[in-house]
Design a binder for this molecule. Structure first.
Ligand SMILES: [Zn+2]
Length: 250
């Protein structure tokens, strides 16, 4: 048996990463040597990118802190409303512009983020390393259903999408990252992420179906792939909850 013992407790949504019998429980962790505290936290299943604060015996510490016998460890996610400024934040500063790198298998989420105007890179042929490299190079927040991806050391900004239902993933991301006020429909091409611009009806007339000609008067075109949009085509599958969030954000 390993000689040393420390107690871990994880708060709020960090419990989503733990096996059920550890939810909201004090976890007894046995170890030897003096591991950096990041190691046991990740062994227990929580990616570093989700953590904002670690307290050891009520003092805030960094990921490099070496765990000692008898330590009482409390691990917190990002606080949205609580002021913890005197304490040490572990999380990287928020990126100045919200851009996303969406992992493979989240193609529907990527389309919906573009629909709401978010700069969203997505390519279902990329491997894990390429997803991470692209995110870092282009200062993008990784959205993934694969929590192992967030354990990669290089990841600075990432979010594990809890829901596996495309219909609720968009709402989850908007709420958890507090993005309601940044929604700008009719900015991005749903297919290619290019910027779209307003065009005269005459410029796209030949490409429209008769019913579209009859019911719509404002049209847009993607600068990159030339796809034509109008309001009805652009806001497909938008749930009432999203509409409400957009209305509340003004
Ligand atoms: Zn396009």
């Amino acid at each position: 048996m390993k000689p040393y013992l420390a107690n871990f407790r994880f708060y709020e949504e960090l419990n989503d990463f733990l096996v059920p019998e550890w939810h909201k429980q004090t976890i007894e962790y046995r170890f030897d040597g003096r591991p950096a505290i990041k190691d046991p936290i990740e062994v227990l299943g929580v990616p570093h990118s989700e953590i904002d604060l670690i307290l050891v015996n009520n003092e805030s510490v960094g990921f490099e802190y070496q765990l000692q016998h008898g330590d009482r460890v409390a691990v917190y996610p990002v606080f949205e409303s609580l002021d913890i400024s005197p304490l040490q934040h572990l999380r990287a500063r928020p990126l100045r512009v919200t851009r996303f790198m969406v992992d493979v298998n989240l193609g529907k989420l990527a389309r919906r983020l573009r629909m709401l105007g978010f700069d969203t890179a997505y390519n279902n042929r990329l491997g894990d390393a390429e997803v991470v490299d692209t995110a870092i190079r282009e200062k993008r927040i990784i959205l993934t259903r694969d929590r192992r991806l967030l354990f990669r050391k290089a990841v600075t900004h990432g979010y594990w999408v809890r829901s596996d239902d495309p219909a609720t993933q968009l709402e989850e991301v908007l709420r958890r990252l507090d993005l309601g006020a940044q929604v700008r429909p009719l900015q991005r091409c749903i297919e290619c992420n290019g910027l779209i611009e307003s065009v005269e009806r005459e410029q796209v007339w030949a490409e429209l179906k008769p019913l579209t000609r009859r019911y719509y008067s404002e049209f847009y075109r993607c600068r990159d792939c030339r796809r034509v949009y109008w309001e009805g085509s652009h806001v497909e599958h938008m749930s009432d909850a999203i509409r409400q969030m957009m209305e509340n954000s003004g």
